[in-house]
Design a protein around this ligand. Structure first.
Ligand code: NAD
Length: 325
């Protein structure tokens, strides 16, 4: 059994590997060859923590496993990341534990890969301005991944806590993109692609602000009750997701579906577009939304990349599990 730590994951799984792994597993999900199991997420009643499991089996890639972890809101003052997770990979043929893989870097890189895959397949080819709504830990990963799939010329950004924006500005400058902090309505008027990645529980962007032809990757809403978009945006848009069951229960679409503005049957798995079974964006005036809820198979896909590459580069510790028959 391999043990792969955070530093090794950072060295082993970059944006390109994550993009390919996530695109491949979304495609397998849409073909019915990979399946996420029901998510468990519980309040512990201790340390104000939320704890859970995301698990699944990718028969196409032969990856079986579980990501376990959650959110410990008081970690930051101990010098630790609030989101904590670990991935366990099992041999699909025998059930034996194959690898324990640190999950914090992988979570950020697989989430950024999901929105980048959506931009690659759904945004207009001539998209020039990237709008960022959110400036927390994930936002830097999101910005870097998005910048690799379209020739953006500028980043415009808004965050409910403006004091967090300079960190994102630094990332934009590092990749050579001019950066401007704007009010939300102006951001929507300028951006061709918008990524939302906040912990909001109420709409931050209004339907009348979104221009025809915009692609919105809505990435922050991953829990019941969270919300980043006016449901009217989804009513006007063609809506895509990683997994429809999650989209309508814990994703952004939960609100539009509950309000009767969007039918579950009208939400398209992004994998169907990747597989060529759905045309995706139909014209340059259509608004497209990707409701990225975050599925366990994304985590397993990038953890499997780390587990495959670690021995080649001597970056894993091997631990004998021992076995009694
Ligand atoms: P973070 O704590 O580093 O940053 C939080 C962000 O949300 C900041 O931009 C902050 O200003 C904003 N924010 C905080 N409270 C808010 C409120 N009440 N209303 C509006 N905005 C608020 O978190 P992060 O790691 O960057 O994660 C951002 C969000 O993305 C979280 O909601 C997280 O659960 C979600 N997430 C989703 C996925 C997925 O796969 N879809 C994966 C990882 C994280």
């Amino acid at each position: 059994m391999l043990v792969i730590d955070e530093a090794a994951c950072e060295a082993l799984v970059g944006r390109e590997e994550a993009f390919d792994a996530v695109e491949r597993v979304f495609a397998a999900m849409a073909r019915g060859e990979a399946r996420n199991f029901p998510v468990v997420r519980e309040a512990l009643g201790h340390a104000d923590a939320l704890y859970g499991f995301k698990s699944g089996f990718d028969r196409a890639g032969m990856v079986l496993g579980v990501k376990s972890g959650g959110y410990w809101p008081h970690n930051a003052r101990r010098g630790l990341t609030n989101h904590q997770s670990t991935v366990f990979l099992f041999d699909p043929d025998t059930g034996r534990l194959e690898a324990v893989v640190a999950g914090n870097h992988l979570t950020a890189i697989r989430t950024a890969a999901a929105s980048a895959v959506s931009i690659a397949h759904l945004a207009r080819k001539d998209a020039k301005v990237l709008g960022m709504v959110g400036a927390g830990h994930q936002s830097a990963f999101q910005l870097r991944a998005a910048a690799e799939v379209r020739a953006f010329e500028k980043v415009v950004a808004w965050n409910p806590h403006p004091e967090m924006l300079p960190r994102l500005e630094k990332v934009a400058r590092e990749i050579g993109l001019p950066f401007e902090a704007l009010e939300r309505e102006t951001l929507c008027a300028e951006a061709d692609v918008i990524i939302t990645i906040t912990s909001a529980f109420e709409p931050l962007l209004m339907a009348e602000w979104i221009r025809p032809g915009t692609h919105v990757a809505c990435m922050g809403t991953d829990t019941k009750g969270k919300q980043e978009l006016d449901p009217g945006i989804l009513a006007r848009a063609r809506v895509f997701t990683d997994e429809v069951a999650q989209s309508v229960s814990i994703g952004e679409a939960q609100h539009a579906v509950a309000a009767g503005l969007l039918a579950e049957e009208d939400i398209v798995p992004l994998g169907a577009v990747i597989n060529g079974d759905h045309p995706g964006r139909r014209n340059d005036r259509e608004i497209t939304v990707f409701d990225g809820t975050g599925v366990g198979l994304q985590d397993l896909a990038v953890a499997a990349v780390a587990a495959r590459r670690a021995p080649e580069r001597d970056m894993a510790r091997e631990v004998a599990l021992g076995e009694k028959r």
